[in-house]
Design a binder for this molecule. Structure first.
Ligand code: PRP
Ligand code: MG
Length: 212
């Protein structure tokens, strides 16, 4: 039988706690050495370390069976998957922010402005819902630098502690959505794998339940 595969974020805000959840669930494995695949010693499971934004598609295609990702990525990418559990970590929000000296009464202040983001689909939907015409500039990272280098008038990015906004002289003006880490499952799962997933989720529940 082929092993179950779970994809987690290779580095970044979800990595540490994803590893911790898997370990607390009783899985024995060694991490480190920049490896992209971790073999679990006491469960027929492989942990694949991927870029956050790549995980939903792998889950949709059934390349991996399970994934731990932020809801923010799932909302941005229109792919098919099932959410099994909310995991209660990596809480953050997707927000709009502007240079702190700029005036702001309401969202109409963003009309005809250039907004830098790594979440163009989510932002577009939000602007449309609020009847705002603005220009979206897609960047894959370091979004908060955009106003300082004259690339944009505003940003739409994740806020966790708020440090990145603060350090770049920006202030949050609208929250678009709240996000946390979730466990997702592919819709291409056979019954043998499903049994194995049930076992794994049962173990995770024992870790997640007391935290709720
Ligand atoms: C993330 C996110 C924000 C920042 C928010 O960036 O895109 O920029 O963290 O966290 P904070 O509110 O606690 O400062 P990341 O550091 O992952 O880098 P990237 O955007 O360049 O990928
Ligand atoms: Mg960032």
């Amino acid at each position: 039988m082929s092993k179950l595969k779970i994809a987690i974020q290779k580095k970044g805000r979800l990595y540490e706690e994803s590893i911790q959840l898997l370990k607390e669930s009783g899985l024995n494995f060694k991490e480190g050495n920049n490896q992209l695949k971790i073999v679990v010693e006491n469960f027929a499971l492989e942990i694949l370390l991927l870029r956050n934004a790549d995980i939903p598609e792998y889950v949709e295609d059934g390349i991996v069976d399970l994934g731990i990702v932020g809801e923010n990525i799932l909302i941005e990418q229109q792919v098919d998957y099932d959410v099994l559990r909310k995991l209660g970590f990596a809480s953050c929000r997707l927000s709009l922010a502007i240079p702190k000296a700029e005036n702001y009464n309401d969202i109409s202040a963003l009309t005809q402005k250039r907004i830098a983001t790594s979440y163009p689909n989510t932002l577009r939907a939000y602007l449309t819902k609020n009847n705002i015409q603005a220009e979206i500039h897609t960047l894959s990272g370091s979004v908060e630098i955009a106003p300082n280098i004259g690339l944009a008038d505003a940003v739409c990015d994740l806020v966790s502690s708020g440090t990145t906004l603060f350090n770049n002289g920006l202030r949050e003006v609208e929250t678009i959505l709240n996000s946390e880490a979730v466990l997702i499952k592919s819709q291409k799962i056979n019954s043998v794998k499903q049994k194995s997933i049930d076992k794994l989720v049962f173990r995770m529940d024992a870790v997640l339940r007391p935290k709720k």
